[in-house]
Design a protein around this ligand. Structure first.
Ligand SMILES: [Zn+2]
Length: 212
């Protein structure tokens, strides 16, 4: 499904969100062209990425359905790790899957900096070897304690260890890397849902941002 872009303009002391930039302010009806920089339309960066085009990343998607296809913000997310070729390794009650489709709309957390040459080269080998470990056999799966997230985090930690770096706890990793992006995605989904039902979503700006 198309991402459905969102545009923001500012007028009448409000942030006005819509699908395409309006000629006139939906609140007061005055023309927006020439109304100054705050009224200039800004296209919001969408928080979702095509996971099979995100090499060496931790990816999150809804366990069922898609984010923009009606995700309710509460249902489980499924987590995977992509190879250098965008194959998404993910663990569930059937063991490790190497998915070439199904991760087209994801929250993406890059795991390798572009200057980490050694790791760039070895990534696929490390991921494949890690995934072949018996920890990730189907019968070891447990919905709460040994799941897709356990798998992805254990892989991240195995890479950190191999580089002589300190491992990260689940809460540390979640707070530093996952929550900032899920929060951003959540805000975007709220706008997306509002704009499914109506043409404009108008949010009063706090005092101090009221210019324009
Ligand atoms: Zn206005």
């Amino acid at each position: 499904m198309a991402e459905g872009g969102i545009v923001r303009v500012r007028h009448c002391g409000a942030a006005i969100f819509c699908r395409r930039a309006p000629a006139r302010c939906p609140a007061c009806g005055s023309p927006l062209r020439g109304a100054g920089l705050p009224a200039a339309p800004v296209r919001l960066p969408g928080p979702f990425r095509h996971g099979h085009r995100q090499p060496r990343a931790l990816l999150l998607r809804p366990a069922a359905g898609t984010f923009l296809g009606g995700y309710d913000g509460r249902s489980d997310l499924h987590v995977g790790v992509s190879s250098s070729q965008g194959v998404v390794y993910n663990y569930d009650e059937e063991g490790v899957h190497r998915a070439e489709t199904g991760w087209e709309q994801c929250i993406s957390i890059p795991l390798v900096q572009p200057d980490m040459f050694g790791l760039l080269q070895q990534w696929d080998k490390l991921l494949e070897e890690f995934s072949a470990g018996e920890d990730w056999l189907p019968h070891r799966y447990d919905e709460h304690d040994h799941n897709c997230y356990t798998y992805a985090l254990a892989f991240v930690n195995s890479v950190l260890t191999a580089q002589g770096k300190q491992q990260m706890s689940k809460s540390e990793f979640t707070e530093r890397f996952v929550i900032p992006r899920t929060k951003q995605a959540s805000r975007y989904l709220t706008l997306h849902q509002e704009l499914t039902a109506k043409d404009f979503y108008i949010v009063p700006l706090p005092d101090g941002e009221n210019q324009g």
